[in-house]
Ligand binder design. Sequence first.
Ligand SMILES: N[C@@H](CCC(=O)N[C@@H](CS)C(=O)NCC(=O)O)C(=O)O
Length: 266
Amino acid sequence: MTGLELYHNPFSSCSQKVRLVLAEKRLDFASHEVDLIGGGQHAPDYVKLNPNHVVPTLIHDGRVLIESSLIDEYLEEAFPEPPLAPANAADRHAMRLWVKRIDEKVHPAAGVITFAIGPRAMLLQQPEAVREANLAAIPDPARRQARRNVIEHGVQAPEFAGAIGRFVALLDDMEAALSPGGWLSGAGFGLADASALPYVLRLEHLAMEPLLTESARPRVADWLARVKARPAYEVAVSAWLAAPVLELFRQQGEAVWAEVEPLTRG
Ligand SMILES: N[C@@H](CCC(=O)N[C@@H](CS)C(=O)NCC(=O)O)C(=O)O
């Protein structure tokens, strides 16, 4: 018994980031799935745990922990084996720079590109009152407005081009930073790799693979293949992803790729 409970969602990038670290450390957890399309993140009982109305939330021995990157750091400290952070201070700093950038810049962009494409059709089919109530419940006004814009305008929303630009910049910087066979976290797979994986994967799920090919970005392509080959990837990511949702995301992505592709050229 690990005493761990995770409130999460299969497709949520922040949830994947935490599940990857749990799986790398071979930690079992009691799973509570939160339905983000149905508004489970706004349920009063859940908001008592996570006042930001987001997943994931980890409970460890009764202690409530929020913020995915801080949860990963917590897991690294509470369950040090196997280590997922380099021993050397400078390498730890480099690892944390990736994590910070992904949290601050890439994660908000991921919300934009995801909701502009993947679940947009599903959301547009919801009764308007349900959609409006879920929008109104998003606590941060900027995030609420961006969500409304991408649901209404898809890839034509004013936020979309900038969001794609952040992803392309991340991929380009990963390509420059990765040595052959290397990782973002020092000598081994670690917290920065776990942070980056869900966002790179999101591009694949939304049919943006041309950004991730061997010819476009060989080191990112190789890194992604090596992450996917890790046993933790199957446990933490693949096993949770429902085929019909993957298919929906792919179809929606393919339908807009002609509009998106020019934005990926900078
Ligand atoms: N900074 C937070 C962000 C969490 C977050 O944005 N979670 C998303 C899923 S990846 C969510 O719950 N979204 C629900 C919504 O926006 O309504 C963290 O890292 O935990």
